[in-house]
Design a binder for this molecule. Sequence first.
Ligand code: ADP
Ligand code: ZN
Length: 625
Amino acid sequence: MAIRQDENQPNRRFGIINLVLIGFGVLLLFSNFLPNQSTQVPRVPYSLFIDQVNDNTVKRAYITSDQIRYELKEAPSEGAPTVLSTTPIFDMDLPQRLEQHGVEFAAAPPSKPSFITTALSWVVPPLIFIVVLQFFARRSGMGGAQGALSFTKSKAKVYVPDEESRVTFADVAGVDEAKTELAEIVDFLKTPERYAAIGARIPKGVLLVGPPGTGKTLLSKAVAGEAGVPFFIISGSEFVELFVGAGAARVRDLFEEAKKKAPCIIFIDELDAIGKSRSGSMGVVGGNDEREQTLNQLLTEMDGFAGKDKPVIVLAATNQPETLDAALLRPGRFDRQVLVDRPDLSGRRTILDIYAKKVKLAAVVDLDRIAQATAGFAGADLANLVNEAALLAARSYRTQVEQADLNEAIERVVAGLEKKSRVLQPDEKKVVAYHEVGHAIVGHLMPGGSKVAKISIVPRGMSALGYTLQLPTEERFLNSKEDLEGQIATLLGGRSAEEVVFGAVTTGAANDLQRATDIAEQMVGTYGMSDTLGPLAYDKQGGSRFLGGGNNPRRVVSDVTAQAIDREVRSLVDRAHDRALSILGHNRELLEAISQKILEKEVIEGDELKELLASSVMPGEAVAG
Ligand code: ADP
Ligand code: ZN
């Protein structure tokens, strides 16, 4: 993909103005030096000058407003006559006195420097003003030279793909699911007629969700590259300006430009910078008018363009999808979400392959080992790793990158990442492994319409260190009391495994507990599933349920009832906890076996997982053999 930035050239005009300014600067310097010549004339006190006039030793004098230069009658034995100067004092009698003593005198014409200074004082300030304006105009938009102040121009860069340098899906690795989803978008862009003919609505927005450096930008470029369409890239933070309205105007401008080049892709990085939930910021220092206007404009633009055969598709990236305004995620806007996660072992291996091809690698290098040692690295970290290794090799005058270079590079990159706490220590990894396997075993044995599909201890997202994926086996709209109890037990399975194995718990289970408690509260308060409290809804259903607000206010209840609710919630969670503990105690060996396996492989899924979990037993069930 060629980096052909679609910029006008304010440079030339800028250059001319600079030249003029420099010229004036030089003049100004000279004019400052001019008076300095007169300092070579010795200065004397005014009283001495008067004495000399009175003694009739002065031949002639030139008088200006700030200096009197005079020449003495008697020249020294050889050379030029003596010239002296003095500073004039307000003295009305001077002309008379000079005349009396026969001094030839004249007032000098106004000095040359004063002319230049005057000229400069007229010309320089406007020039400075113009230069400052130019500077702002350049900063605020690519069309700087056209308008005096183009704050409203979008700052998007445009990449037009060309054959040799375009990015394709082959350049992105380890994110296969995301690629599959985006392949569809490529198809929309390539043959929009096909979709238009059948009356299908082409999606307008796709949200790429994932931690930094996992290749969201790269993927979007690859979509543009695969489809052979222009690619506009801008960061959400660039819309947010000091001036209310500027961001909105920029959004408008961006879409205007994009429509001219349709079919094309707009990529908005850091969408959260403009798309933060409005309900959250309400009331805080009068809200954020500018961001809200910008967001509204974006929504309007996305609703507006219908371009059936010339689609403009907006791809946006964020690592905090939960903070986004719900309005952004509605149908017709960013209704598709694609997870772009950190790569697993085999993903890391393929990414390493891509970047290893770009450096000279020794034949003996074992990239599998490197992939194993880099759990938690994002694509960008791996690219960085290979580059660091190449730098190390070059520094020690080697012609090839060797295993030792890569190993040392890992340490360097890890040191950088550790500051951002993204890499697990070996003992932490062990805790995470048992924790996740705990979820999996309990989850497998619990009733309800879902099965454990995948266990991973590749650090994911911002907080989760590992995860256990449960997929529903059938479409379900209703959950029974048993299902929900099972869910609570499964959520507590992680913490219970830590207790069974290590006899202690870590902070890693906080989110599990939160969710487990929420479910228990809803069972009692919303669904009336408690035997003691009966089928009453103690929660008031607020409208905030759809915005994921969660916390429903409680109906007004007596103290006794409030205590009873708390006790009931507590006992639901406690029972589930006991259940999880007993299951894991019963399956202690299996817990051990799967944990060891996942420590080696990082991810277990599919048939392998199914087989492993099949040998788990419910406490109280007869164990064969
Ligand atoms: P994000 O937009 O998710 O923060 P980027 O796309 O900017 O990440 O990634 C930065 C760089 O890291 C890319 O230009 C690429 O060199 C490298 N990179 C990241 N992820 C991958 C990947 N999955 N495959 C190949 N290279 C990657
Ligand atoms: Zn957990």
